[in-house]
Ligand binder design. Structure first.
Ligand SMILES: C[S@@+](CC[C@H](N)C(=O)[O-])C[C@H]1O[C@@H](n2cnc3c(N)ncnc32)[C@H](O)[C@@H]1O
Length: 291
């Protein structure tokens, strides 16, 4: 009875983060993964990390900071920290006008060139969250190549910082909400309905390989095979300009000449990179690495 009572008290206690603790923790997070937490999002650390402190029996955020930096258990805590601070919102067929440009212009152009060069296609989905983006790309590849898919050498490399989202992506089982902007005929063609869930079909899964990569780690990024197309949508929005420049420059290096970079609708390379040529389409700007 006594232990239940003390638990209630500790759960009810609000853990506040001081300005100094916030600045230290923010610096540490930035150092590790390039995500910059603005001042007005201080509450995010306070709210989302409070439970971690309680679990680890730490009395304040200063202790948590030292734990992350120096404790032998820090590697597994770092993974948990990444899970807490990342925003993983995503969906299938996210931003349909942009994907229409991808299907009708970008991918069509890339396939035309690749057709006479060994039928090899490499696409990178960086910051893929729970898999909706790379699977959407795989579906669109199937839509264009149809029964020819098997005659091509295709790989969609899908990476994220968070192990938890990757685990879910590998399962490939989704709810109706994440399919809300997906055409119904696509759902029936590429998913198996199971009770209230939808399982992605094996032929779509087969083209995608998931793995953990931190976009703040240039060495890890260099290991990704060179691509004709890179998707990095709704990811750089969480980075400061310096980190954006480093990531975009790594994408530039990874892309083959004539390759395309596709970023989020609300993101821009303005003041970040002049290396790419922006191509304006109705409803989308696509960035091209010139030949
Ligand atoms: C909002 S989701 C976007 C998902 C998908 N690209 C889309 O547009 O629907 C952002 C993803 O970027 C990942 N992310 C953030 N920082 C990262 C980093 N440094 N390295 C790799 N992935 C990162 C997050 O874990 C999260 O899953």
């Amino acid at each position: 009875m006594a232990s239940l009572f003390s638990k209630t008290i500790s759960l009810g206690k609000e853990l506040k983060i001081s300005d100094e603790e916030f600045v230290n923790l923010r610096g540490f997070i930035y150092e590790q993964c390039g995500i910059y937490i603005a001042d007005n999002r201080k509450y995010l650390l306070e709210n989302r990390l409070g439970n971690r402190l309680k679990k680890l029996n730490l009395k304040d955020f200063e202790e948590y900071y030292y734990y992350l930096r120096y404790d032998p258990g820090k590697a597994s805590e770092l993974k948990k920290l990444f899970e807490v601070i990342t925003t993983n919102e995503t969906s299938f067929y996210r931003n349909p006008p942009q994907l229409q440009v991808f299907q009708e212009k970008v991918l069509t152009d890339v396939l035309k060139v690749a057709r006479s060069k060994g039928k090899k296609l490499r696409i990178w989905s960086a910051g893929c969250s729970t898999g909706e983006e790379p699977y959407t790309v795989s579906i669109i590849v199937h839509e264009l190549l149809k029964s020819e898919v098997g005659a091509w050498d295709i790989r969609i490399t899908a990476n994220d910082l968070s192990d938890r989202v990757l685990e879910s992506a590998r399962k490939g089982v989704y709810n109706d909400y994440t399919l809300r902007t997906t055409p119904r005929e696509i759902v029936s063609r590429y998913f198996d309905a199971e009770d209230k869930t939808f399982r992605i079909r094996p032929e779509v899964k087969k083209l995608v390989s998931f793995g953990q990569i931190n976009l703040n780690d240039r060495t890890q990024m260099r290991r990704v095979e060179r691509s004709q197309i890179i998707f990095c949508r709704n990811v750089i929005i969480y980075f400061d300009d310096d980190m954006k420049r480093r990531v975009i420059s790594a994408f530039y290096d990874n892309l083959l000449p004539g390759g395309y970079l596709i970023i989020g609708h609300s993101e821009s390379l303005h003041n970040i990179s002049r290396a790419f040529k922006p191509i304006h389409f109705p409803g989308a700007i696509i960035y091209k690495k010139e030949e």
